[in-house]
Ligand binder design. Structure first.
Ligand code: KG4
Ligand code: ZN
Length: 329
């Protein structure tokens, strides 16, 4: 049985997964409220909160699974990329837990974790596939050939991540942080053709993405439109349509270029209903098998880290004590 800890951004999470890939418990303590007043995550505030939450969240995960710590065979933890101070809190906690019982430690890459959200029972999706990973910190298209940490990036954002673009759009529309889900809700009442926002098609065989120009276009439109509710819903719907169109067109192009017949979609933005529906439609048309991450596992959680850990090398006791976290991939 693997106990995993995730603390790379503003979620403190712990989860237990058994040897067969069954999820026994998953606890996520979001710090979103804490950071909302600043309009984004404040790294040092996040680290301090992780320090307070880490042990109670682990205790809760064990309690929910109905098992004692003595039943755990290995401790897994996100070692990067992410906020360095936040990562160090999770890593230090994981090291201490593993060391206390002379258990192995399994360091996991956060992006591998997002992909591994697809590997859990009862409906695991097996590689090979092309993955669209769209979160608050990353947006990339990559070929995945096996369950391990390796992936071949074929396209990525040149500036903002898709989740960041959703969050910044939400902020411009006065929706608070994090705004992806709130923007999707507001957009339901709007006309998605009210505004024509152009999206950039950039670089590398046209597989890269860019969202920063879109954000500027929205800012200009918000200033021009004034602040009434119908107008804001139209702006949200049109902005979301542009983001989704950009993601879908780059993804379908990447499927063509790589010749892959299965598409996997993971990360916080994979929770977006309009994106899910658009990909379902396009994949059905193109004869591509589509695997969407379960809604509960799109945003950051430790279940995906435990899942990835099943396919990573374990460091034996006590070799891991000098292991460091890393901020960028
Ligand atoms: O994967 P994640 O939890 O964290 C990172 O690794 O970055 O992704 C968080 C991002 C945020 O930017 C959030 O606004 C976005 O995912 N998000 C959404 C939705 N739910 C979360 N974006 C669009 N539509 C949603 N329903
Ligand atoms: Zn993430």
């Amino acid at each position: 049985m693997i106990l995993a800890i995730e603390s790379s951004c503003d979620e403190t999470a712990a989860a237990l997964v058994d040897d067969g890939g069954r999820l026994l418990s998953s606890v996520v303590a979001s710090q979103a409220d804490l950071h909302a007043r600043y309009g984004g995550v404040v790294p040092e505030v996040a680290s301090r909160r992780h320090l307070e939450l880490c042990v109670p969240v682990v205790e809760r995960a064990l309690e929910d699974a109905g098992v004692g710590f003595d039943r755990v065979d290995a401790v897994a933890v996100t070692e990067g990329p992410g906020l360095i101070g936040a990562l160090l809190v999770g890593l230090a906690t994981a090291k201490a837990l593993a060391f206390a019982r002379r258990l192995p430690l399994i360091p996991v890459g956060h992006l591998h974790g997002h992909v591994a959200s697809l590997y859990l029972e009862p409906e695991p999706v097996a590689p090979p596939f092309l993955v669209l990973l769209a979160s608050g910190g990353h947006t990339l298209l990559a070929e995945v050939d096996d369950h391990g940490p390796g992936m071949r990036v074929v396209g990525q954002t040149l500036d903002d991540a898709a989740g960041e673009a959703f969050d910044q759009g939400a902020r411009l529309l006065g929706l608070g942080y994090p705004g992806g889900a709130a923007l999707e809700r507001l957009a339901r009442d709007g006309d998605d053709h009210a505004h024509e926002f152009a999206v950039a098609m950039a670089g590398r065989e046209g597989l890269d993405l860019s969202f920063s120009g879109l954000k500027t276009a929205l800012r200009t439109a918000v200033l021009a439109a004034g602040g009434d509710d119908a107008g804001r819903a139209d702006l949200a719907a049109s902005y979301q349509r542009a983001l989704v169109r950009s993601l879908v067109s780059r993804t379908m192009r990447a499927l063509e270029v790589t010749g892959r017949d299965t598409l996997a979609v993971v990360g916080g933005v994979a929770a977006n209903g309009v994106l899910r529906a658009a990909l379902e439609q396009e994949c059905a048309r193109a004869g591509v098998r589509l695997a969407l991450a379960p809604l509960a596992l799109c945003s950051d959680n430790a279940a995906m880290i435990a899942s990835a850990a099943r396919f990573c090398a374990a460091l034996p006791y006590p070799e891991y004590l000098a292991r460091d976290a890393y901020a960028t991939a």
